[in-house]
Design a protein around this ligand. Sequence first.
Ligand code: CA
Ligand code: CA
Ligand code: CA
Ligand code: CA
Length: 286
Amino acid sequence: MKRLAPIAALLVLLATSGADAHQGELRFMFQFPAGLEPTLDGELDDWAFVPEVYYNRAENMFNQFGAPLDLSDFNSFQIWGYSLATNKVYFAFWVSDDAIHNTEKWSTTTDWDHTGGQFRSFGDESDEFQERWTGAQAQRYDIYAPTFASGGFYTKQYGQAWAGEEPFVMWGGKYTKGEVGNFEPAEMQGEVSITPFDDIHPDGPDASTEHQFAVNQIVGLEANWGDKDPDPGNYDDAYWSLFGGIGASSQADQFGDFLTAPLEPGLPTAVETSTWGQVKASFAAE
Ligand SMILES: [Ca+2]
Ligand SMILES: [Ca+2]
Ligand SMILES: [Ca+2]
Ligand SMILES: [Ca+2]
């Protein structure tokens, strides 16, 4: 499907005129119809009907360090979506990089209720304060998957660790070219679901407040890929960001804004009995 999304294009005008944007231009979270949420198997065919307006491509990212844009050095797309039926976030990505190390990942920060504010690095506060509030009202997730991180995990939430593990973060992914850690070009892709929270409590989900998605919400996000080609221990090549917000790893005011888009016209809506083959056949027949 190559057309641009007419509803999303219109909402650019509406939302940017009234919203309190943080960094950069408004981007869009695709709304999956109920029953068509992606299967987290590492295959991105169930994202094929997402229009181009929802793709966040490397050529539109910001580099906080030295290297100029060079798509042979780093290339990617990411798509952010959500579902009202499952109340989950869906994140798909493709990465092409001239070397992928097990210290490289998507470092993404989230502020679903758009409060802004500090959420990590409370250096002057008590241990008790830090345990309660680090990663609570806004969050940092590191998505290494499908790479197994040098630290011994695939995904991580900083502060409230349980919220970064299954079933609150689920993923599927694979390398489609090369491999991790051999200093040669590699490509990988993945798809991730995240349970969104407005407050994550150390005691677990029952003590926490889940965020409830609705259409036309403005949510806060940032996502980064730190490129470390010559030295797996250093961000020596580039630090690519969606919005380029300096300090976004601890300050939610430095995130950018996404709009939770309405359903795109023309997507199937009642697919309980459909298989993916039938759904794809219906698109091919258009
Ligand atoms: Ca899939
Ligand atoms: Ca690179
Ligand atoms: Ca918040
Ligand atoms: Ca790299």
